[in-house]
Design a protein around this ligand. Structure first.
Ligand code: 4AD
Ligand code: MG
Length: 483
């Protein structure tokens, strides 16, 4: 008999049909002579209830059918007499494919802490919360490809191993096959990477942007969507050492076009989730509402998850310059009362407390900050013209979200060869690994722009999960690469 997925069974609701479902036991309870088993196979948030007549089938058939066990059930779909489900399966046979010893199985049918679940990441997709997050993660990845495809962007596969430091921040994982204990040395005593696998120093990519620009300067509009690696030692709820980034890069776009695209993109994928994954969103919405109700009144969020998603879909993001943001911060009561830990003045790299103040307290909505000071931003960003000495800015933009902080970082790119060469030289960046990047400005240069969206930050917003480790199946963070 062909196995069918529980999602399909619940959708078809063909009462009296005989079906074979396979899945894992969430819970089991019993009353005289009957066992009720909630079975889930990951195809939907909803379980199907299996009713086992123990007098007919014998007590032994459910001997190993505890929480976590994998069962194959054949039975008739019937209208449910109980509340909470419209159909259930009256079992004709119960086969245990794999038992789960209730004394030893770590996942008990009760609420577990997020920390506990992280330590048991091999079983956490079996929980309602994580299977929901994973289904939504799939949905968002799909919606992202759909969005770009519909807009005529090409998916460009940029390399994971590269010789360049795209962000110029030096937070890279080295890729090497040299003997760590006994590496070859140059006459001056440095490690001789010319003898390494690639004949040069290489690292895991921190961004596909630079190669993305190669694509845009030939194909027009491209995007990358791949794993990205940063060896920054920040153990926060918003940082991963391995995360996924979506980076569109567009020829002939200026900063304003870039902002338009960023907003349209985020709204599109959220709308996709609202239109197609309401079961999962409703589950998370209810879970979060319950958690919120346990907080103190002043810490409670005034919108539910679904309300927040609808708000973002229905409202333009606020756009302000960095200079305006600094003015808002300086004239806030928060600042005047000395409540910021870090000082505020023009030229600082905004700290997350400043960003949070702007989006959560002042504007209470997503904000696009643009035109940042040149000195705090990456070398490739387009310089604004005719500015006061010491107040030079670049055409950068960050999209900030309530509860998340920076969701997107992007910019218009410097297309002038002379200007870019000067920045690279001033910053003492290695010309030998950037020659091809400069060549793009030498031959057929054009205005262009792009941005990077952190996929897990987007997932945090969509699911309402508070820790980035809980929106990726296998988080990589300092001192943690177990699964
Ligand atoms: O602002 P970032 O560093 O920008 C770039 O890498 C550009 N090259 C993008 C571009 O213009 N093509 O990173 C972009 C986004 C951030 O806004 C954030 O959402 C995410 O990537 N991000 C991280 N997400 C999780 N963990 C980390 N350690 C992250 N670092 C950046
Ligand atoms: Mg950034």
């Amino acid at each position: 008999m062909r196995r069918i997925k529980i999602a399909e069974v619940l959708k078809s609701q063909e009462v009296d049909s005989v079906v074979n479902v396979k899945g894992w036991v969430r819970t089991r309870r019993g009353s005289k002579g009957v066992a009720f088993i909630q079975l889930n196979d990951g195809s939907t948030i909803n379980d199907i209830q299996i009713v086992v007549d123990l007098e007919k089938l014998g007590e032994d058939c459910v001997k190993f059918a505890h929480t976590g066990a994998c069962l194959s059930i054949i039975g008739k779909l019937i209208a449910s007499k109980g509340t909470g489900q419209s159909v259930e399966i009256q079992a004709d046979s119960v086969e245990t494919l794999g038992g789960a010893d209730p004394e030893k199985y770590p996942m008990q049918p009760k609420a577990h802490s997020m920390e506990f679940l992280r330590e048991n990441a091999h079983f956490r997709p079996r929980t309602k919360t994580f299977s929901t997050v994973l289904r939504l993660r799939h949905a968002m990845a799909f919606a992202i490809h759909k969005f770009f495809h519909e807009k005529g962007f090409y998916y460009l596969h940029t390399p994971i191993i590269t010789g360049s430091d795209a962000e110029g921040a030096g937070e890279m994982f080295r890729v090497s096959t040299l003997d760590a204990k006994n590496p070859p040395l140059t006459p001056t005593g440095e490690v001789d990477f010319s003898q390494d696998f690639f004949g040069r120093q290489t690292n895991l990519t921190v961004s596909g942007q630079l190669e993305g620009e190669i694509g845009a300067m030939a194909m027009g509009d491209i995007y990358t969507f791949g794993p990205t690696f940063r060896a920054e030692n920040s153990n926060t709820a918003r940082h991963l050492a391995e995360f996924w980034m979506i980076e569109p890069e567009m020829a002939f776009y200026e900063l304003e076009d870039n902002m338009e695209l960023a907003q349209e993109f985020i709204q599109y994928v959220i709308r996709f989730a609202l239109a197609n994954y309401m079961d999962d969103l409703t589950f998370l919405d209810e879970k979060l509402t319950k958690e919120e109700s346990q907080k103190k009144a002043e810490e409670r969020s005034d919108m539910s998850l679904i309300e927040k998603l609808n708000f973002v879909v229905g409202n333009d993001f606020k756009r302000i310059t960095y200079t305006e943001a600094i003015d808002i911060l300086l004239s806030s009561n928060h600042y005047k009362k000395g409540k910021f830990q870090y000082n505020v003045k023009w030229g600082i790299d905004l700290q997350s407390e400043h960003e949070r103040y702007l989006v959560e307290k002042h504007f209470k909505q997503p904000v696009i900050l643009y035109n940042y000071p040149k000195n705090i931003k990456s070398f490739y960003m387009k310089q604004n013209e005719n500015e006061e000495v010491g107040k030079e800015t670049v055409r950068a933009m960050d999209v900030l979200f309530p509860g998340i902080g920076e969701m997107i970082g992007g910019s218009q790119r410097e297309e002038s060869y002379e200007k870019l060469l000067k920045v690279i030289t001033d910053k003492k960046m290695p010309l030998e690994s950037l020659w091809w990047y400069l060549d793009l400005r030498k031959f057929g240069t054009a205005p262009h722009a792009g941005f990077g969206l952190g996929f897990e930050r987007l997932m945090m917003f969509i699911t309402g999960m508070g820790n980035i480790r809980d929106v990726i199946p296998f988080p990589r963070t300092p001192k943690n690469a177990e699964f």
